[in-house]
Design a protein around this ligand. Structure first.
Ligand SMILES: [Mg+2]
Length: 115
């Protein structure tokens, strides 16, 4: 399987869970990609290392001349994920139907808007 992980609002909400999950996926031979709309690769790598989150690739934007959700949808599509963990509903809604998405809830059920 190919797994896509968002950081802010996803890994940051349950870093111990994602440290465990990423290790299990990696050990089992699955591909783990972290996709984040952050500026600083070095700081992000350090933070992920502190969490213990493992990955094959870390994808950040090369510039910030775009809309966040559109960029993330394209970035996730490039890794051809089977499963994505992402907290932005607009991103999840833009992914192909074949992608199974998990959205950590920052709202109570019923307050999320699904299209
Ligand atoms: Mg996020």
């Amino acid at each position: 399987m190919r797994i896509g992980l968002d950081i802010d609002g996803t890994i940051t909400r349950a870093p111990e869970f994602f440290a465990f999950l990423s290790k299990v996926f990696m050990d089992a031979g699955h591909h783990v990609a972290v996709v984040t709309h952050r500026m600083d690769r070095k700081l992000t790598e350090e933070e992920l290392a502190e969490y213990g989150v493992q990955f094959h690739e870390l994808i950040l934007p090369e510039n910030f001349d775009h809309e966040i959700a559109e960029w993330k949808i394209e970035a996730f599509e490039k890794i051809k994920p089977d499963i994505v963990f992402e907290d932005m509903v607009d991103v999840v809604n833009g992914l192909p139907n074949s992608v199974v998405s998990f959205v950590p809830l920052s709202h109570k059920l019923g307050q999320l808007e699904y299209k």
